[in-house]
Design a protein around this ligand. Structure first.
Ligand code: F3S
Length: 399
């Protein structure tokens, strides 16, 4: 890979340890994937923030980099393993909180914004169309590529961090127009009736379009929240972190319809629900906010919970970023949700908090949330819209 004189100096250690290590990572990656050069990026989203996933080895790695590493571009963080301000209410242990805070201290020293959300685009890390960025977190990467039209590969935590210290990333994969051409036509002949249908649709398309870029027809309209949910699901279940929806997402007008065609029908959506939903009735955990809730979603949760009481044996989380929670405070949604017995889980989520063994069954609006709850946290899962999840929280049953 070609390196400029300035980049060589970074690789030789002239800008210190963190930049040298970062250049080693970026050069190794570039060489594996055949990049010709590094390109400038405008922002970074770093995943791998929860101590639950990092462990002591990860914390040590971050502390080494934090000794002299400072990010060169706008850099935000994915969710951590706990609410950073009120972790006790979520049942997090003191030992875990201590370690998680050390992880956060290391990121803070590097100059990273402690945003702790997987929806950075809702709180100020919003690239423009065609901009090169280096993001990790699969749902955010898919949203950035597909809904915004920015250009990023699906980075891992270390490669995103390396890009932040250097301000550049290797130019390969989805940074090149020729690799952003769709390769499978997905014709959607489905009545998308409720919010969770978007997660189910992502499940169907992800499974069918395994490691391909879907060009989707048949969808006339979609809200940002629906697209956010679809992004999380389609990439979790198998597609590349980029899709086009004809007439809705940027760049779709420039693409030719691929020859390979699949059709998604109502019976596929039914089957998706059958596969995602376990055969259980009793629910003891409800989580809304995967990806993290927008203010509209929180408004809907509050509306559904008005004058209701969540059962004492059901844990109810609204996972969101702290700035969105502050909007919810001002709008009075927080009070309604907390009066009903719900909790805000800022800075964290159902997949990265240490939840294994705590809950038997979760109800959620997110197909991605079901994937991780079942796989990583060994819970039974139910996928439904906000009303169905709220209903499970107040009745303890799935109906
Ligand atoms: Fe975000 Fe956690 Fe879901 S990172 S997309 S809320 S699994």
């Amino acid at each position: 890979m070609y390196l400029t004189r300035e980049e060589r100096k970074m690789l030789d250690g002239e800008e210190g340890y963190a930049v040298k290590k970062s250049m080693e990572i970026l050069v190794a990656l570039g060489e594996i994937f055949g990049a010709e050069k590094l390109i400038k990026i405008s922002s970074v989203q770093v995943a791998g923030v929860s101590y639950h996933n990092l462990g002591d080895a990860g914390l040590e790695f971050l502390n080494e980099l934090a000794k002299d590493g400072k990010v060169k571009v706008l850099t935000t963080l994915n969710p951590a393993g706990m609410d950073l301000e009120d972790w006790k209410k979520l049942g997090i242990s003191e030992d875990f909180a201590k370690k998680q805070n050390l992880v956060i201290d290391a990121f803070r020293k590097m100059g990273i914004i402690i945003s702790c959300t997987c929806t950075p685009y809702l709180i100020g890390n919003l690239p423009r169309y065609g901009e090169h960025i280096a993001w990790s977190e699969s749902s955010a990467v898919t949203f950035a590529n597909s809904v915004i039209g920015a250009m990023t590969n699906r980075e891992g935590g270390p490669s995103a961090l390396a890009a932040a210290f250097v301000g550049k990333t290797p130019c390969y994969g989805l940074h090149l127009e020729e690799n952003r051409v769709p390769d499978v036509h997905v014709d959607v002949k489905v009545d998308l009736e409720k919010f969770s249908d978007w997660g189910a649709l992502g499940y169907c398309i992800g499974k069918e379009a395994e490691n391909k870029i879907p060009f989707i027809t048949g969808i006339k309209d979609a809200s940002i929240d629906e697209l956010k949910s679809f992004c999380a699901s389609v990439v979790t279940y198998g597609s590349k972190p980029l899709f086009y929806i004809k007439g809705l997402t940027p760049g779709s007008e420039k693409q030719k319809i691929p020859k390979e065609k699949i059709t998604i029908k109502n019976e596929d959506i039914r089957e998706a629900y059958e596969n995602i939903n376990d055969d259980i009735d009793e629910i003891n955990f409800v989580c809304i906010g995967c990806p993290h809730c927008s203010i509209n979603e929180i408004a809907e949760v509050a509306e559904s919970l008005k004058d209701k009481k969540i059962l004492p044996n059901v844990e109810f989380w609204v996972a969101t970023s702290r700035p969105i929670k502050q909007l919810a405070d001002v709008r009075g949604y927080t009070k309604i949700i907390e009066d009903a017995g719900g909790k805000f889980a800022c800075d964290t989520c159902l997949a990265v908090a240490p939840l294994k063994g705590r809950f038997k069954a979760v109800a959620t609006t997110s197909a991605k949330g079901c994937f991780y709850s079942r796989g990583t946290n060994e819970m039974k899962t139910k996928l439904g819209d906000i009303k169905e999840c709220v209903n499970a929280a107040v009745s303890g049953r799935w109906s």
